[in-house]
Design a protein around this ligand. Structure first.
Ligand code: 5GP
Length: 208
C-alpha cells in the first residue's frame, strides 16, 4: 500500500493525473527504481497488476501483484477489465483499467511497471503517457545481476538473459519510450528517474 503521505493530489491545476510507465529487463533494477519514484513523488500510486505467475517469498499479494489463477485471469480478460495484458515467460500479466483511470481522474501520478509489449498497447490507448526504460550498464553486468539474485537455476537465468537482450532491442525500436536511464549506480539512477518525472510534470503544468 502507498503510505498515507502519498495520497494527496498532484500540484496540477487540472483534474488529470499523469500515467508513468516504467519498463526494463529483469536485473536492471527497475523495481527498486519504480518503488523509489513512488515514495518520492507526491500523489504517486503504483498499479498492482494481476498475474498468473507463482508468488515468490519476496512478493506480497495485493502489493506487488494480485496473484490469480489462469481461470480468474481469463474471466478478467473476458470482462474487459484490463487496460492491457501480455504473456511474459509463459505467464500472464494485466493492468487494471478501471482503477488506473479512476486514479488519473483524481489527479494522481499512476505508475505502471510493465513490459515493452504492454507499454506499446498503453501508448496506443493513452498517448500522453510518460515512459522510462531502465537499462543495465552492460550485458556482462546484467548477467552478473541475474545470477546474484539466486532466484533461479542457470537455465532460467540464461532464458531471462536472452529475453532481456531482446526486450532492450524492442524498447529501442518501439519509439514508445521518452527516456532511457542506464542504471550504473543505483542512487544516481533513482535521482535521474525522479528528476525526469518531475521535469515532465513541471512541463505539463506550465503548459496548463
Ligand atoms: P516479474 O514476474 O519478474 O515480476 O515480471 C516479469 C515482467 O512482467 C516484468 O518485465 C514486468 O515489468 C512485467 N509486468 C508486470 N506486470 C505487468 C502487466 O500488468 N502488464 C505487462 N504487460 N507486463 C507486466
Amino acid at each position: 500500500m502507498a503510505p498515507e503521505t502519498n495520497q494527496h493530489r498532484l500540484p496540477t491545476d487540472t483534474d488529470t493525473g499523469m500515467l508513468l510507465v516504467i519498463s526494463g529487463p529483469s536485473g536492471a533494477g527497475k523495481t527498486t527504481i519504480t518503488r523509489a519514484v513512488e515514495r518520492a513523488m507526491p500523489g504517486a500510486v503504483f498499479s498492482v497488476s494481476a498475474t498468473t505467475r507463482a508468488k515468490t517469498d519476496a512478493d506480497v499479494d495485493g502489493v506487488d501483484y494480485h496473484f490469480v489463477s489462469e481461470e480468474q485471469f481469463q474471466q478478467m480478460v473476458e470482462r474487459d477489465e484490463f487496460l492491457e495484458y501480455a504473456g511474459v515467460y509463459g505467464k500472464r500479466y494485466g493492468t487494471p483499467r478501471a482503477w488506473v483511470f479512476e486514479q488519473l481522474r483524481r489527479g494522481r501520478l499512476v505508475i505502471l511497471e510493465i513490459d515493452v509489449q504492454g507499454a506499446k498497447i498503453v501508448k496506443g490507448k493513452v498517448p500522453e503517457m510518460f515512459s522510462v526504460f531502465i537499462l543495465p550498464p552492460s550485458e556482462e553486468e546484467l548477467l552478473r545481476r541475474l545470477r546474484s539474485r539466486k532466484r533461479e537455476d542457470e537455465q532460467k537465468i540464461q532464458r531471462r538473459f536472452a529475453a532481456a537482450k531482446q526486450e532492450i532491442l524492442d524498447a529501442e525500436r518501439s519509439g514508445v519510450y521518452d527516456r532511457f536511464i542506464v542504471n550504473n549506480v543505483l542512487e544516481a539512477s533513482i535521482t535521474e528517474a525522479i528528476g525526469a518525472v518531475q521535469a515532465e510534470l513541471n512541463r505539463r503544468s506550465r503548459r496548463g
